[in-house]
Design a protein around this ligand. Structure first.
Ligand code: BTN
Length: 129
């Protein structure tokens, strides 16, 4: 019985590991606004870390790297940037949520801040060589 449970556990772990492989890390991405996303390292349970450089017209906190935290399970992905670094503090945060399909990540995002109502939009990221 113990051996059967151990075998089932290993099978489950292997299945989860395989399903988490939709997202390749390390990887470098650009979205349709020209923003850059660099994904560096996996953590436990499908979590990952990277940096985000915002180049989107009409937004603040541009052109310097901000820490990014995320989680990917199978094709589902969610990641977040708090817009505070050594260069600027926009007192805001963005959460993206979407799907990874090959070299494309299609997302919806919500930007929340101290002094403006939440903003929503979509971003499509393409993996770069
Ligand atoms: C701010 O203006 O408060 C911080 C910068 C927000 C940049 C947003 S996040 C969603 C959208 N996609 C981007 O690449 N940049 C903008």
């Amino acid at each position: 019985m113990y051996r059967l449970m151990a075998a089932l556990f290993l099978l489950l772990a292997a299945t989860l590991a395989a399903s988490a492989q939709n997202l390749v890390i390390p990887s470098y991405w650009l979205n349709q606004r020209g923003s850059e996303m660099k994904l560096y390292s996996w953590g436990a349970d499908g979590t990952f870390k990277g940096v985000y450089i915002n180049h989107a017209a009409g937004f603040a906190c541009q052109n310097t790297p901000y820490d990014l935290w995320g989680r990917a399970i199978g094709s589902h992905i969610k990641f977040m940037v708090i817009w505070t670094n050594w260069a600027a503090d926009c007192k805001s945060k963005t959460v993206w949520q979407g799907r990874v399909r090959g070299g494309t990540i299609a997302t919806r995002w919500i930007l929340t801040g101290h002094d403006f109502p939440p903003l929503r939009g979509t971003d499509i990221f393409q993996q770069q060589p």
